[in-house]
Design a protein around this ligand. Structure first.
Ligand code: SF4
Ligand code: SF4
Ligand code: FES
Length: 235
């Protein structure tokens, strides 16, 4: 069933429950994202894709990557409320990961230069969960997950030991928007962890925050299936 929604004054018709983010892409409206990939279930972790949604005379801030389109929905992507929320989130990310080029570039694109928060060190993982979801939903092995809580939260294998189920496909490396999952060679050709996504992984940033415009991303699923099949055959 198709529904009609309005984004920044422009009308678009999409299938009911299409994420507002995807509807906005159809209108070529830029919404920053860090934890979204169209091949994976939306997770709503980074909150950067926040927009203001109006229904029944009331408005609220929602994450556009997992907010479903309903008939008559009205959305604004650049209100003062939205800009303030995104700015705060981006500043926190910059404080957490000051040296990550992808975060710096996105902040620049959003016009954010100064950070009000105290820098918390130099981390690279933004806890977006893309690697976890790729491993679970696309590879089907769940070799990695979030571990610990609060400020200690991070991505790791169960008990922090070498995973017996990881097939070394490199999907987590490929999909990580901040480049912090590195494949570590196992020293043996039969060790899947020494493999990577080959030319596909080296061809450029897989996300670049504009996945729909990216050749690599368009080819991702087919290439991904081929690589997983190859790796499985060798392990
Ligand atoms: S290399 Fe593949 S199987 Fe191993 S953790 Fe990454 S996505 Fe999962
Ligand atoms: S390792 Fe990369 S993909 Fe995984 S949660 Fe951290 S930033 Fe996201
Ligand atoms: S892209 Fe929507 S919450 Fe991260």
């Amino acid at each position: 069933m198709m529904v009609r929604i309005t984004i920044d004054g422009q009308i678009v018709h999409v299938k009911r429950h299409t994420p507002v983010l995807e509807a906005a892409k159809q209108l070529e409206i830029f919404i920053p994202t860090l934890c979204y990939h169209k091949a994976l279930k939306a997770y709503g972790a980074c909150r950067l894709c926040v927009v203001e949604a109006f229904r029944n005379g009331r408005s609220k801030l929602v994450t556009s990557c997992n907010y479903p389109a309903e008939d008559g929905l009205v959305v604004f992507t650049a209100t003062d409320r939205v800009k303030t929320a995104r700015k705060g989130i981006m500043e926190l990310l910059l404080a957490r990961c000051p040296e990550v080029p992808q975060i710096q570039q996105l902040a620049e694109k959003m016009g954010i230069k100064a950070v009000r928060f105290k820098k918390k060190g130099d981390r690279r993982c933004i806890l977006c969960g893309l690697c976890v979801r790729a491993c679970e939903e696309l590879v089907g092995v769940s070799a990695i997950n979030f571990t610990s809580r609060g400020t200690e939260k991070k991505i790791n294998t169960p008990f922090g030991i070498e995973s017996k189920v990881c097939i070394g496909c490199g999907s987590c490396t490929y999909i990580c928007p901040t480049g912090c999952v590195e494949m570590v060679g196992g020293g043996s050709p039969s060790d899947g962890r020494s493999m990577n996504m080959g030319d596909l992984a080296l061809a450029g940033c897989p996300n670049n925050y504009e996945c729909e415009a990216c050749e690599i991303d368009r080819e991702f699923i087919e290439e991904f299936k081929r690589v997983v099949k190859d790796v499985r055959a060798k392990t």
